[in-house]
Design a protein around this ligand. Structure first.
Ligand code: UDP
Ligand code: MG
Length: 316
């Protein structure tokens, strides 16, 4: 039977842990009774160097409930690093790992459907938010624009999916080969491939405590997403240079014509053209250098170049 580990990153979550645990244990008992998961399954709280009583509470919960385990990170490293560390650590104990935030804003009832998809042969199941009614207009607008910008930059991400997802051990083994340190998990996971699907759910309100993602962290995450997944911003510099240079050529022709009609001040044409032409060339040159820098950047990530899904091979 499927051994399910739940990876729950926690940063200063003392207010929600008790409630979250009760809900999750209920869910686990139901899943175990329905024989959807094995009783060896666990709920693992991953403490991201919290400054409050989070770790103490996790220890108590672990003593009290057999289903609850705890993983403590050496210090605060942020949600993405903590989650990655959790996933890669837990894959050795589980058949599937589902990641979910400690505040249970993501509907735990979607877990049933995720497991069904896993049984149907999916290695990755993305949780996708149906509506964002509980989010403020500001959060909804910024989040949705962010997905669109990332798409236009050529990054492959699942629209309205955050970090609520199921990954099989096989997918996680492949994921562990991604050596990059600037993590933007929801952009990296689709690169793993394998059969994937989505499960829709309604995003709820945070139960207690406040968001550990203030605007500054949200912006940092968005910037991380763009710059980790795409070198297009560099290419944009190059294109801007080319366009400006072309404009200089056009205005060169224009001022040349004007010169013949005697409609220019002395020195105007040469000044005008050289400013634009040099500016354009400089941007173009920076873009070319950037292009190489972008290649170096991608190389340093040492991402796996391929991941084999199946090998049909008859040997004696
Ligand atoms: N989190 C973390 N480290 C951090 C910040 C957040 O592990 O430095 C965890 C947090 O405990 C929660 C998840 O990341 O489980 C998402 O945070 P939150 O719910 O506050 O974000 P929001 O839902 O407001 O975007
Ligand atoms: Mg939340």
């Amino acid at each position: 039977m499927t051994v399910l580990y739940l990876a729950v990153p926690c940063y200063n979550e003392e207010e929600v842990l008790q409630d979250t645990t009760e809900k999750l244990i209920k869910k686990y008992e139901q899943l175990i009774a329905e024989k959807k998961i094995s009783s060896k399954s666990r709920i693992v709280y991953i403490d991201d160097g919290s400054k409050d009583k989070t770790w103490k509470i996790i220890t108590q919960l672990h003593d009290k409930y057999e289903l609850v385990s705890g993983l403590k990170m050496s210090r605060n490293r942020g949600h993405q690093n903590t989650l990655y560390g959790g996933l890669v650590t837990l894959k050795d104990y589980a058949d599937v790992v589902i990641s979910i935030d400690a505040d249970l804003q993501d509907d735990i009832n979607a877990i049933d459907e995720m497991l069904d998809k896993y049984e149907e042969g999916c290695d990755i199941v993305y949780g996708v938010r149906k509506k964002r009614e509980t989010d403020t207009f500001f959060k909804r607008f910024t989040a949705e624009s962010f997905y669109k910008i990332l798409k236009s930059m050529g990054a492959e991400i699942v629209f309205n999916h955050a970090d609520f997802r199921l990954m099989s051990k096989r997918a996680l083994d492949a994921f562990a080969d991604f050596k990059e340190v600037n993590l933007f998990l929801r952009g990296m996971v689709p690169m793993v491939g394998f059969k994937s699907d989505v499960v829709e759910y309604e995003r709820l309100e945070r139960q207690a405590g406040e968001s550990k993602y203030p605007l500054s962290k949200m912006l940092a995450l968005a910037w991380q997403g763009i710059t980790s997944l795409s070198v297009k911003p560099i290419r944009m510099i190059m294109w801007l240079g080319i366009i400006i240079f072309l404009l200089a050529v056009l205005s060169g022709i224009y001022s040349f014509v004007m010169y013949f009609f005697g409609k220019t001040e002395p020195g105007w044409a040469s000044m005008f053209i050289s400013i634009w032409a040099l500016g354009g060339l400089q941007l173009f040159a920076i873009g070319v250098i950037g292009e190489y820098l972008g290649k170096v950047y991608l190389e340093t990530k040492q991402r796996p170049r391929f991941i084999v899904e199946k090998f049909l091979n008859d040997e004696e």
